[in-house]
Design a binder for this molecule. Structure first.
Ligand code: HEM
Ligand code: HEM
Length: 240
């Protein structure tokens, strides 16, 4: 342990965070256009893979990354909302605790949102081949994508707001893994090798998807392909 520089977030968690944030930004930016559909779908699946890593790391990783912590934050936020609702006066409510709990819950929601987004995304994507999905699923997918953006913006605004309020960069621990101040390290080692492995897996997956897209994906509007003609390609036509 370094004096006054506690290690609180290890390298795999930091790598996970930035890959998650970048994949989300990329998936959102490419959601609107058929031309970028393959990139959108690839980044969507990348988010699902990253969620898988996070869940696994929540079981085998350090205690600070344990899934129990996330679950406690979610249930804690629910309890807080209920008790705040019952509190007879605004003075009876612990606003600071509530703010922390709700913001942690927002972060948990960012993780949870990936599952319904991937499933609905798959349902729409697969419609080209199988004819299922439908308008309602498309609407739901779009709504959830926008809801996830709103939560992500609240998350970023909170970190920017707290940094301004406390005159201390609150984003720094997600870059360096460390916070100032006395106390024990929350994680014992950086595990940089695991962060490198995670980055390698994501880069390999994205490259593999984009270089050799799944059958039919190019016609549906890969960045290098021509704009799709969905009716023409709804069947089993291939360009191989
Ligand atoms: C400039 C942009 C961002 C900064 C500076 C940032 C910073 C941070 C920090 C400091 C934390 C630690 C917990 C906290 O204080 O709430 C965190 C957690 C988290 N952030 Fe961000 N974040 C950014 C963007 C994003 C985006 C765009 C997403 C997803 C769409 C995201 C998803 C998450 C998640 C899921 C966690 C929880 C990680 C876990 O414990 O599993 N972040 N972020
Ligand atoms: C997990 C992160 C994801 C986010 C945030 C996201 C977000 C969005 C948004 C906002 C739209 C609506 C674009 C618009 O028309 O304005 C969209 C469309 C679409 N997404 Fe996703 N998506 C994600 C994952 C996926 C996945 C994993 C797939 C496929 C397996 C997918 C397939 C599609 C398809 C096919 C459309 C076009 C729907 C249509 O024609 O209206 N998405 N996505």
């Amino acid at each position: 342990m370094l004096a006054n520089r506690r290690l609180v977030i290890d390298a795999p968690m930091r790598m996970f965070h930035w890959l998650f944030a970048l994949s989300f930004a990329g998936a959102y930016a490419t959601a609107d256009s058929d031309h970028w559909r393959l990139v959108h779908v690839t980044l969507g699946y990348t988010l699902a893979g990253l969620l898988g890593f996070r869940l696994l790391y929540g079981v085998v990783g350090p205690r600070s990354s344990a899934l129990g912590v996330l679950v406690r934050k979610l249930t804690g936020a629910l309890h807080w909302v209920r008790s705040a609702w019952r509190a007879p006066t605004p003075q009876g409510v612990n606003w600071r605790q509530g703010q922390n709990l709700l913001m942690s819950a927002a972060v948990a929601l960012l993780l949870l949102a990936v599952l319904p987004l991937t499933l609905s995304g798959y349902a729409i994507h697969d419609e080209w081949a199988n004819g299922w999905g439908g308008e309602a699923v498309e609407e739901l997918h779009e709504w959830m994508g926008n809801a996830m953006l709103a939560v992500a913006l609240v998350h970023i605004a909170r970190i920017a707001g707290l940094s301004a309020l406390r005159r201390k960069n609150q984003a720094l621990p997600m870059l360096t893994g460390r916070v100032e101040g006395p106390g024990p390290d929350l994680v014992q080692s950086h595990r940089r090798w695991l962060a490198a492995l995670l980055l390698g897996c994501v880069v390999a997956f994205v490259a593999w998807q984009l270089i050799s897209p799944p059958a039919g994906a190019r016609e549906r509007g890969a960045p290098t392909g021509t704009p799709p003609d969905a009716t023409e390609h709804r069947g089993h036509h291939r360009e191989d």
